[in-house]
Design a protein around this ligand. Structure first.
Ligand code: ZN
Length: 134
């Protein structure tokens, strides 16, 4: 049930293209994918830093989760994603510990991974994502 590594850090941005410029020009990282996830009303851009990815999230709808997040808190770190061997089992384990879940069961996220979120009210303020192939 232990995370194997930090899969990605999700960062809410107001403008994907401007943000990509920063990660590429200043940090020297390479954006290897841009993907729209209509389900979550976002456009995402990915960078690799070792085993971990940076996932930039631009809202495509002010009523979507990222649109609401930016309105409330402004751009910045949005969530932390742990790689888990078994996302469904890990969500169940968290629920058994009294953690409030946003996703009771895994759903499909960017890059075809299975994902599930834990509610930040239960995780000391950090929106936490589990993701993996299973
Ligand atoms: Zn994520």
């Amino acid at each position: 049930m232990k995370p194997t590594y930090i899969e990605h850090i999700g960062i809410a941005v107001t403008n994907l293209d401007d943000s990509i410029g920063y990660y590429e020009k200043v940090l020297g990282l390479e954006c290897y994918a841009i993907e729209e996830v209509p389900d979550q009303k976002v456009r995402t851009a990915f960078f690799r830093v070792g085993d971990t990815k940076i996932e930039l999230l631009e809202s495509t709808d002010p009523e979507g989760p990222i649109g609401k997040f930016i309105e409330k808190k402004g751009p910045g770190i949005h969530h932390l994603a742990f790689a888990m061997d078994d996302v469904a089992e890990s969500l169940k384990h968290a629920a058994d510990q009294g953690i409030r879940l946003i996703d009771e069961t895994p759903r499909k996220g960017a890059e075809g991974l299975k994902i599930g979120f834990l509610h930040p009210k239960s995780t000391f303020g950090v929106l936490t994502e589990f993701c993996g192939d299973e």
